[in-house]
Design a protein around this ligand. Structure first.
Ligand code: LAG
Ligand code: CA
Length: 500
């Protein structure tokens, strides 16, 4: 193990000094021939490849995510986790850390992980890690055991966090002395942050020892080139504790020349607001998630024009239509309820410009909401396959829309439709892109008055530019007019980064 850590650090040092492979010029629309660097204040669109194996993520970065214009991929938690064979290896094993070793999870080895970070970076795509730092394991069906990499543990006792025997957590490193039960009163912030979330051993994140170990874990990832973190259960930690860990992060990610991007899982309610965390990093805006799901399920695109109002400031927010929890617990609009409308909602989010958009990519489940991804009998995950089986791969259906998001970043929004149809809306991102959305069963032909320069544009809602060729229809802007026929339950989108 010691050797592996050393190797990882040496690799990171090497990567920091060697020029990185550039993304193919034809690949990222509008990105030129360097990895797409997000403009100041913007992070660019993220896709969550939920539960994908590391080598599958690497391949997807090269084959699709880079060319489509994604700035980043969020991957599932990479640390050693519990293994619950008696429960059929549920997906949520990953949210119960046993140690911070990457050696063997259901998604591959530490070497596979490092290779993924490297290959995604080569394709111009940042890797963001889901960081489970509020807690370790619960009791569940297995209260102790070896974890996925063989480390022994029991609840409140994790003797070997990094595989070198140097550091562990014991009872004193948890809040069990202050609160030894589940959260019951969700209106009491102290309780929400100090007691146990669904019985998970709650770390004493106020202690320097714990903060240092969490930072050791996250910085080992930064050293490999991991460029950001989703902070799991941030609401369950006092903001000053999250801040103390984030303050300990390395200032620069090797290969990206920027600090790690931090976005936090805060399901705001009357007791705890997202605004308590925005000075630390961005915050996932569940208000946007709830509203866009309801409005698109209802087909009310006119109301969707005002989606960002009254929510966190756009520059502090991560926007999304579903996440891996809401698609199971509150399935208003998901790939299972209404696939076309759901795709349309994600496309709209990528065009509208509120927050840093995060696209969901799921696997389907027929055996219940606990069911893990397609797996071998030993509980390790099968490679992702977008051409069949249970991998849904919603991101692929959005084609080149992420490139639109990147190209139009910072441009104002002008609505181009006349507002007469609830299910139809069209917008211009001033001077850089135009898009039309049709939540109805009939095609919609309309002439859009636009300030886009005259030219032939690729429709990135249904294709992308590959080797200088548009894989979908080409649309002409002439004398400030763009005629589009938007398919039923579909979208059309053009931008100045995908001109032919
Ligand atoms: C999150 N964000 O703040 C994740 O998005 C969410 O998916 C995580 O819950 C949660 N926080 C903790 O990291 C998931 C499942 C839970 C599961 C938990 C731990 O949604 O259902 O709890 O991960 O694996 C499971 C059982 C519980 C049991 C608990 C402890 O479902 O019944 O009490 O394990 O043994
Ligand atoms: Ca806590």
């Amino acid at each position: 193990m010691f050797l592996r850590r050393t190797a990882a650090i040496a690799l990171a040092a090497l990567l920091a000094t060697v020029p990185l492979a550039a993304a193919p010029a034809s690949a990222a629309p509008g990105a030129g021939d360097t990895p797409a660097a997000a403009p100041a204040g913007a992070e660019g669109p993220i896709v969550h490849l939920f539960q994908w194996r590391w080598e599958s993520v690497a391949r997807e970065c090269e084959d699709f995510l880079g060319p489509a214009g994604y700035a980043a991929v969020q991957v599932s938690p990479p640390q050693e986790h519990v293994v619950l064979s008696g429960e059929g290896y549920p997906w949520w094993q990953d949210y119960q850390p046993v140690s911070y070793r990457l050696d063997q999870t259901r998604r591959g080895t530490a070497g596979d992980f490092a290779d993924m970070v490297d290959r995604c970076r080569g394709a111009g795509v940042k890797v963001y890690v889901d960081a489970v730092i509020n807690h370790m394991t619960g009791t569940g069906s297995v209260g102790s055991g070896p974890g996925s990499a063989g480390t022994e543990y029991e609840k409140y006792a994790y003797p070997d966090l990094f595989g070198d025997g140097a550091h562990g957590y014991s009872r004193q490193d948890f809040n069990v002395g202050e609160c030894d039960r589940d959260i019951e009163d969700w209106s009491d912030p102290w309780e929400v942050r100090t007691c146990e979330l669904v019985g998970l051993s709650d770390l004493a994140t106020g202690d320097d020892y714990v903060r240092d170990r969490l930072a050791d874990y996250l910085n080992s990832l930064v050293g490999m080139g991991v460029a950001g973190f989703r902070i799991d259960a941030a609401k369950h930690m006092p903001p000053e504790d999250v801040e103390a860990v984030v303050d300990r992060l390395e200032g620069t990610v090797p290969g990206w020349d920027r600090p790690p991007y931090v976005y936090q899982e805060v399901i705001a309610d009357g007791a705890i607001g997202g605004g308590e965390y925005t000075h630390i990093g961005d915050v996932k805006e569940f208000g946007y998630q709830g509203r866009i799901s309801e409005l698109f399920a209802a087909g009310d695109l006119q109301a969707a024009k005002g989606l960002g109002e009254g929510l966190l400031p756009s520059e502090d927010a991560v926007s999304f239509v579903v996440n891996h929890d809401t698609q199971r617990t509150h399935p208003v609009l998901t790939h299972r309820t209404d696939r076309d409308r759901y795709d349309l909602a994600q496309a709209f989010m990528l065009a509208q410009g509120y927050g840093t958009p995060k696209v969901m990519s799921s696997y389907d489940w027929s055996g219940g909401t606990d069911e893990g991804p397609p797996s071998s009998a030993d509980g390790t995950t099968e490679p992702a396959d977008c051409d069949g089986g249970r991998w849904v791969c919603e991101h692929r259906a959005l084609n080149g829309m992420p490139g639109f998001t990147g190209e139009v970043e910072g441009a104002g929004v002008t609505w181009l439709d006349d507002g007469s149809a609830a299910g139809r809306a069209a917008l211009e991102r001033d001077g850089s892109g135009a898009a039309a959305f049709n939540a109805s069963a009939e095609p919609w032909t309309t002439v859009l008055s636009t300030s886009l320069p005259d030219g032939d544009y690729c429709d990135v809602a249904s294709g992308l530019v590959e080797d200088g060729t548009c894989t979908s229809q080409t649309l002409r802007v002439s004398s400030g007019e763009l005629t589009v026929t938007v398919p039923p339950e579909g979208a059309v989108a053009v931008h100045t980064g995908a001109v032919l």
